[in-house]
Design a protein around this ligand. Sequence first.
Ligand SMILES: [Zn+2]
Length: 93
Amino acid sequence: MEQTRRQEIRALLCERYWTLDELATRYLLPRRVIVNDLEHIARSVAPRQRLTILAPVCGACGFRFKDRTRFSDPSRCPRCKNEHLGPQRLRIR
Ligand SMILES: [Zn+2]
């Protein structure tokens, strides 16, 4: 029930911020499946709304990702190579 799941995720994202891991855990699905859902959802809410990505700040050097468009979490800081970044958070606004 792909369509039902996407509608549900879309409703969840209108309520609060979610991380990719939280959604993958909730649906017991691989993260790549959820990323695919998010890409579909992002297209279906536009142009009235936007699936926004609140990117993490690197705890080691303070680097901020700007204008992030990928729904998978960044694996490491492009500036200092720190691999312990917090997850990005997603929400429909
Ligand atoms: Zn860094």
